[in-house]
Design a protein around this ligand. Structure first.
Ligand code: 0WD
Ligand code: CA
Length: 385
């Protein structure tokens, strides 16, 4: 049977007139041709400073500055954890606020791209979905995820579906019960960025400075997955001033750390569980390169490896029980279609809460509680104008 037909059947219906109740997740249902995914276009940029203030510019963009080729790096990722670390308060839920702020300050960019047909149900924004890239990454990897479920809140407002993550009970518990070792591991990812990033193109990394995880540079991307138009923002680690194309997102580089690989078993698990996340995250905004630092037990990175995002799927193709990019994208397409079928009511205070746990189908519940509502009043004003 054709993949399309099988995906249609993934949606269970009570009867044809009412919305579906669940969405099946099994990989086999989505094992079809790669869907249409429009080349991601950067439509804007924003920065968050050391105190998490929003700026509609690139002030926090950093520049890739690797050690000279041939030199083995000796990056001590634990350095500064005790005395040069300012950690973002991750109990504060920012939801879509910064992205909505970007929309507010860039109406002209968006109005210019919008069709003239304005009705009461669609706004000048003219996008089907607005969300964080990280939320879409979670959707893409769902058919292969075996550990962490998710909760995604959706509000349908003036023809656009806003998707904002809600922390699961399990994730909250994990966050509150993080061990010192886990906290340090989180720091190490950011410290790695400091070793490879300079404040100016051609500059040298300041490895003695403070690591402040409030600081962020984000790209705002517009694209299309089949019939779904998307606007999302994602954090970008740096731009490579030496890359042949200085166009965004071509020049962007994603930085990652991972444990050194010493066995075939570790390699398999890296390919199966880590590369899928790395691929999905960078593929979505069209970031072409991922630079990985492999750390030893002492937290020292002695080797770097560059992965080309578009070649990752070829690298894993021969693996037993491997993952497929097409399955990820077809599932995402099906999920977005499911959201459109379910979230019928256009109301900025109404939340459709989609939930998924490994081994289950996606289901949803409907809420109108101030604690779950995430589209702010000021934004409702803005769009309604
Ligand atoms: O409200 C929420 N539930 C979330 C908010 C979940 C995830 C991220 N965020 C915020 C981040 O603080 C940041 O401002 O959204 C922005 C980034 O969004 P994204 O690019 O869509 O997120 P994602 O692709 O998951 O992560 C990109 C980077 C991470 O890099 P690695 O290499 O670890 O994937 O954003 C950072 C991190 O550097 N990041 C975070 N920083 C602080 N707190 C967080 C977080 N919770 N999550 C990701
Ligand atoms: Ca990173």
């Amino acid at each position: 049977r054709r993949g399309d037909t099988r995906q249609e059947e993934a949606v269970k219906r009570h009867h044809t007139a009412s919305p579906p109740t669940t969405l099946h997740v099994q990989e086999s249902l989505y094992d079809a041709a790669f869907p249409f995914y429009k080349q991601p276009l950067e439509v804007g940029r924003f920065s968050l400073d050391a105190t998490r203030n929003f700026f509609n510019d690139s002030r926090q963009l950093r520049y890739y500055s690797p050690p000279p080729p041939g030199d083995s790096p000796q990056f001590d990722l634990r350095d500064g954890y005790r005395d040069r670390y300012v950690k973002r308060d991750d109990s504060i839920k920012e939801r879509l606020d910064h992205l909505l702020q970007w929309i507010q300050q860039n109406q002209s960019v968006l109005r210019a791209g919008a069709a003239s047909s304005e009705t009461t149900t669609s706004s000048w924004l003219n996008k089907d979905f607005v969300t964080w890239r990280g939320h879409l990454t979670k959707v893409l990897t769902t058919p292969y995820e075996k550990q962490e479920g998710w909760l995604l809140a959706v509000t349908h407002f003036r023809g656009t579906y806003y998707i904002s993550e809600v922390e699961t009970e399990a994730a909250r518990r994990q966050r509150e019960e993080r061990t010192a070792a886990q906290e340090e591991l989180m720091y190490m990812g950011y410290k790695f960025e400091q070793y490879l990033c300079a404040a100016t193109p051609g500059g040298i990394p300041d490895t003695g400075g403070v690591v402040n995880t409030n600081e962020a540079f984000c790209t705002v991307v517009q694209t299309k997955l089949n019939g779904h138009s998307l606007l999302f923002a994602g954090e970008v680690d740096c731009a490579d001033p030496k890359y042949p194309s200085q166009k965004a997102p071509d020049c962007y580089v994603e930085l990652k750390t991972s444990k050194e690989i010493h066995s075939a078993n570790q390699q398999r698990s890296f390919n199966r569980y880590k590369l899928i996340k790395w691929w999905a995250q960078s593929f979505l905004p069209g970031v072409p390169r991922i630079v990985a630092g492999f750390r030893n037990e002492e937290g020292i990175v002695a080797s770097l490896k560059t992965f080309e995002t578009m070649k990752i799927s070829h690298m894993i193709r021969g693996d037993w029980n491997s993952w497929k990019p097409a399955v990820c994208m077809n599932f995402c397409n099906a999920f977005l279609s499911f959201v459109k079928k379910v979230a019928i009511q256009d109301d900025p205070q109404l939340v459709y809460l989609f939930s998924w746990e490994p081994g289950s189908d996606v289901s949803y519940s409907v809420h109108k509680e101030p604690t779950l509502t995430f589209v702010p009043a000021w934004y409702v004003q803005l769009i309604t104008q």
